[in-house]
Every structure is written in structure tokens, then in C-alpha cells.
Design a protein around this ligand. Structure first.
Ligand code: ATP
Ligand code: MG
Length: 584
């Protein structure tokens, strides 16, 4: 493609709403275009990279027996009502009505649709196992769409669904997808780590997220260097602190005046104790399926801990959207709590959820449910009890590994994919059964497997850029090579550039010819910004048949003959264009 003819609009200015490098660079290169918040289109260069990621996905999915289909984005509400997710998915589900008032949604994921296919088409064990997938546009009305393609409201996803006879079959299917995912992300040039994950709104038992390591990622993961424990912070178990005493150590409760001490930090300072000798209360209200206020919840963790919302939601067995922080005044009137001074003693008419380590921590300081007062020597069993006693805390760097006891580390990353063992959750609720060898009806055992195609694109840019622009891995670059023609009016230069252009095209190299009448500085800047992996500059040395050869990822420039440059580029592209080189 000649740049003089290409539809290309790069921006010099950093778009004001963009914070992440990937968002800034994808907008500046003109690869993506924002329509409204969280809704992006792909321009020619951007769409080429999207298709390359899709092709890698297709190859690896097909290699594991996946069969590609394409279902509609519009889905009837009835299917979601059958699975129970019309309610459970909450406000993220993009709902719409047709002219007759019938309810639909734009699919955020397709478990219901694929289960519907299975129940209609699969009747016998002879049809199992099977794996169907699609690459399709998804819709989620995210509360906070941000970071460009990272968290958008419309995005491209690959979603696959496996159907098996039994759990052993599902294990096999899951393993295949797991290994396909490892290969896909490597071939895209990503440094990615699989970690154990919570299964969230999708449901099911076992799940892993694939996290592209990045400081700016929204996922937090914990891992252990002594064993292979790796999990999202949402999911990671936390080992309870050692008990600090037992019943015989219990001291009598005593109220102390603690003016202006609403936070744990204030109280600990005021009383001259460490935060781990206190108890922290967090107050919530839940909503029922009709959206009405339902129950108050008081959750307690040790003062120095952070509450893990995912664990709380799982303990309560409610969806994420059905809980929010309580209005303290309203809650106080019903339950006896006092904002900033809430403790577990004497609370009523609310669900008390207590972190599993608190019973072992004796003589803690807790709010007295009385303004400006705390109570010393509060002890589990004697002074308060839990309705639910469960691990509620968030893992921190330096905590003990829940598997081997060594110290864990934490890191941030971008969730680019997730795999789930669904089991029979959807097949039972929606009636997808098959007949086994003995003609017995059994629910189909399912797995589901998602990759955010467009989020993967953003993650690649996040991991591969510098202050001048993108540095595409060859496997997902929109073009492999750019020929920068310094002076298009110079016949010798032009002819050499044209001949390199034709030769490279003949060798299957995807090549751009920058034949625009721009200053050389502008051309170099654009080549760097666009991140084209190989640059061949045709300038003053054209008369001697010499060019400058440079890789975007290296500082080095070499002056070589045009033939050598064509050979070098062709060789590099043949080695790296399918990304298999990154599998090693
Ligand atoms: P998140 O926790 O980031 O909201 P999720 O766990 O809800 O994501 P899944 O249901 O597992 O997402 O969807 C599969 C994949 O789709 C994710 O791993 C991610 O790569 C991608 N994805 C999910 N939500 C978005 C979004 N709003 N924008 C872009 N990609 C997304
Ligand atoms: Mg996920």
C-alpha cells in the first residue's frame, strides 16, 4: 500500500481523555476511532491487526477441534429468563424492546444461545464431545467504560463452548483450551500468566484468567515463587493470622471514649495500639430481584485488612449488582449500628458476616455502636456471633502463600481471556440432556472459554511501545515493513524504492511505501508511531543501490544493499509472521 493513497490520519496531540499508552497510541495512530464513550470503530490499520489476532485464535482453536460458527448479537429475553441471568446479569446487560414490546438483549456472552443449540441438536452420547466457537461483537453496558479498548461497551470476543458427557470429558476439553490459550497469547507476543479465578456472573466451579502482565492492568494477581500458586486477588485464599489467645485470655469488655476517631487509623493512634488489634466494620444494603431494598449486612475484618467484595458476594450468594454501601443513618435506625463506631456487639436485624480469622483474635477493639465510643476486649463467641463465618479478606504482598506458606507476591495485569468449567449449570436450568450408552438421560457437561480480541490488541500495545509509538510484534503488526522514500521527486530514489516495494510484495511481505511529499522527519515519526517492525529507508545512497535497514525494536541501523534489505526483511517475516517463534 502506498501511503500517498492510504486513508491515514495520525494525530500529533495526545487525546485529552486517554490515559493509558495503548489508548493514546491507538487513537494517535488513527487505528481506532471513538464514536461515544466505550464504543470504538477500527480503521484500516487497526482492523488489520484485529484480523491477525483473530487468525491466530482461529488456527489454535481449530487445531484443538473447535468449529467456528456465528450467532446473532440480538438475543431474546426468554433464554436469559430460563437460565436465571435476566436478573442476575444486572444493569450491564444491554436490554432493548422490539416494536411489539418484546424484550431482548445484546449478548454480553453466549452461554444461553449455545446451550439452546445443544439442547436442540444433541441427543446422543455419540455426538459428544463437541466444541463450538465464534468471533463476534459483544455488548456490555459497563458502569465505567474506560481505557479505550480495555473496557469498552462494544467489543470483539472469541467465545467457545465445550459439550461433554461427563466431568472427565470436561477436564480434557478444559485442558485443550488452556493450552490453546497459552499458545494464542504467546503468538500475539504477549507475556501472559494463567491464574486461578473467581467464576463471577458466568457461574461454574473452576476457572482461570489469562493475565497479560502490565502495571496499568485492572486485574490484581497474587503468585508464589516457591510453588505454583497463582490466583487473582479476588479469588486468592488468605491464611488466617495465628490465634492470639483463647477463651481463658478473654478480658471484660470496657467502653472507652474515642472522640473524632472514626477511622481505624484514628482509633489505633488514639488508643496507642496497632491496627491489627482492632476490628473494621463495613455496612451494606442488598436488593431483591424486584430492585427493592432487602437486607442490611455488616461485614467485619481485622482492622489492618481489606474486605474482599467478591468473597462477600459469594458468601451472600447474590449478584454483584444487588449490593451497595448502606446509608448509615437508615441502617442505624434498623440495626443499632452507628456510622464510624459500628461494632458487632448488640447489632440486630442484619446479616453479620465475620472474617474467619476474627474468632482467633482475642480482646479486639471494636466500635461500641454508640457515637464517639469504642469497646475494648471484644471476643467472638462470648460477645458476638456470625451469621456467616468465612474468609473475607484480601491477600496482600508478603502474606503467607495459602498452598506452601512462603511469602506471596502481587502484580497487576490485563485479563485478556478466561476459561470456565460450567459443569451442568446451564444444561440443567435450560434442559440440555443427552442419552448415554444405556439410553439414560444425562445433562451435558459444559465449559466456556472467552478471549477479548480487542482487549488483547490493547494489551499488546501496552506491552510493546516506547515514547515514540507502538512496537508491533511482527505477528500482529498491521504491515510488516515500511519503505521510507526520502525524496519522492528524486527519480533514482523513487525507482529504487519502487523496485524494493515490488520485490517485497512478491515475497509475501506486507509492505507500505511512504511516497508522500512530507519532510523526512515527519515520515520517520509516523513510521515509529505506527510501529511498523521493519523500516527500509531509501535516500541519498540510492545511486549506489544502498539503503538503511532498521528494526523498530532495535536502535541499530545498518547500511546494506537493496537486495540484502529485501532478503533480510523476507527472512525475518517468514520466521516471525505467524508468531510461532514466540512459543519457544
Ligand atoms: P472484567 O472482569 O475485566 O470485567 P469479565 O471477567 O467480565 O471481564 P469475561 O466474561 O470473562 O470478562 O469475558 C471474556 C473476555 O472478554 C475477558 O477476558 C476480556 O478479555 C474480554 N472483556 C470482557 N469485558 C470487556 C470489556 N468491557 N471490554 C473489552 N473486553 C472485555
Ligand atoms: Mg473474566
Amino acid at each position: 500500500m502506498r501511503l500517498s493513497e492510504m486513508h491515514l490520519k495520525t494525530l500529533r496531540e495526545v487525546p485529552s481523555e486517554a490515559e493509558l499508552a495503548s489508548h493514546i497510541l491507538l487513537l494517535r495512530t488513527g487505528m481506532i476511532r471513538k464514536l461515544v464513550s466505550g464504543v470504538y470503530g477500527f480503521m484500516n490499520m487497526g482492523y488489520r491487526s484485529v484480523r491477525k489476532i483473530e487468525d491466530i485464535i482461529r488456527q489454535e482453536m481449530d487445531a484443538k477441534g473447535g468449529q467456528e460458527i456465528l450467532m446473532s448479537a440480538v438475543q431474546p429475553a426468554e433464554l436469559w429468563q430460563e437460565s436465571g441471568r435476566w436478573y442476575a446479569y444486572g444493569p450491564e446487560l444491554w436490554r432493548l424492546k422490539d416494536r411489539n414490546g418484546r424484550d431482548f438483549c445484546l449478548g454480553p456472552t453466549h452461554e444461553e444461545i449455545f446451550t439452546d443449540i445443544a439442547r436442540a441438536d444433541i441427543t446422543s452420547h455419540r455426538q459428544l464431545p463437541v466444541n463450538l466457537y465464534q468471533i463476534q461483537t459483544k455488548y456490555r453496558d459497563e458502569a465505567r467504560p474506560r481505557f479505550g479498548l480495555m473496557r469498552s461497551r462494544e467489543f470483539i470476543m472469541k467465545d467457545a463452548y465445550s459439550f461433554d458427557k461427563d466431568d472427565a470429558g470436561l477436564d480434557e476439553s478444559y485442558k485443550k483450551m488452556f493450552s490453546a490459550y497459552e499458545r494464542i497469547f504467546k503468538r500475539c507476543g504477549l507475556d501472559c500468566r494463567p491464574v486461578e479465578a473467581d467464576s463471577g456472573a458466568i457461574g461454574g466451579s473452576n476457572s482461570h484468567e489469562f493475565t497479560a502482565i502490565s502495571e496499568v492492568g485492572e486485574s490484581e494477581i497474587a503468585f508464589c515463587e516457591s510453588c505454583d500458586m497463582a490466583a487473582t486477588l479476588e479469588r486468592a485464599e488468605v491464611v488466617d493470622a495465628k490465634p492470639t489467645g483463647s477463651e481463658k485470655d478473654f478480658l471484660p469488655m470496657e467502653d472507652v471514649h474515642t472522640p473524632d476517631s472514626k477511622t481505624i487509623e484514628d482509633v489505633a493512634k488514639y488508643l496507642g495500639i496497632s491496627e491489627d488489634k482492632t476490628m473494621k466494620a463495613l455496612l451494606f444494603i442488598t436488593y431483591n430481584e424486584d430492585g427493592e431494598k432487602d437486607k442490611y449486612v455488616a461485614a467485619f475484618v481485622r482492622g489492618d485488612r481489606e474486605l474482599n467484595m467478591t468473597k462477600l458476594i459469594n458468601a451472600l450468594g447474590i449478584p454483584e449488582h444487588a449490593i451497595e454501601f448502606a446509608d448509615e443513618k437508615e441502617m442505624s435506625a434498623v440495626t443499632g449500628c452507628v456510622g464510624g463506631f459500628t461494632g458487632p456487639v448488640g447489632l440486630h436485624d442484619c446479616i453479620v458476616v465475620v472474617d474467619s480469622e476474627l474468632p482467633g483474635q482475642v480482646n479486639l477493639v471494636a466500635g461500641a455502636n454508640k457515637a464517639e465510643y469504642h469497646t475494648k476486649n471484644v471476643n467472638y463467641g462470648r460477645d458476638y456471633k456470625a451469621d456467616i463465618l468465612v474468609d473475607l479478606k484480601t491477600l496482600r504482598e508478603g502474606d503467607a502463600c495459602p498452598v506452601c506458606g512462603k511469602l506471596v507476591k502481587t502484580a497487576r495485569g490485563i485479563e485478556v481471556g478466561q476459561v470456565f468449567k460450567l459443569g451442568t449449570k446451564y444444561s440443567e436450568s435450560m434442559g440440555a440432556y443427552y442419552k448415554d450408552e444405556n439410553q439414560k438421560e444425562k445433562p451435558i457437561v459444559m465449559g466456556c472459554y472467552g478471549i477479548g480480541v480487542t482487549r488483547t490488541l490493547a494489551a499488546v500495545v501496552e506491552q510493546h511501545h516506547d515514547e515514540n509509538g507502538i512496537i508491533w510484534p511482527i505477528s500482529v503488526a498491521p504491515y510488516h515493513c515500511i519503505i521510507t522514500l526520502i525524496n519522492p521527486k528524486d527519480d533514482v530514489q523513487r525507482e529504487l524504492a519502487e523496485s524494493i516495494y515490488t520485490s517485497l510484495q512478491g515475497m509475501g511481505v506486507e509492505v507500505l511505501l511512504d511516497d508522500r511529499t512530507e519532510r523526512p522527519g515527519v515520515k520517520f515519526k509516523d513510521a515509529d508511531l505506527l510501529g511498523i517492525p521493519i523500516r527500509i529507508t531509501v535516500g541519498k545512497l540510492a545511486g549506489e543501490g544502498q539503503v538503511e535497514y532498521k528494526l523498530r525494536r532495535d536502535e541499530n541501523k545498518t547500511v546494506i544493499s537493496a537486495e540484502e534489505a529485501v532478503a533480510a526483511a523476507t527472512q525475518l517475516v517468514s520466521q516471525e509472521s505467524d508468531g510461532r517463534i514466540y512459543l519457544k
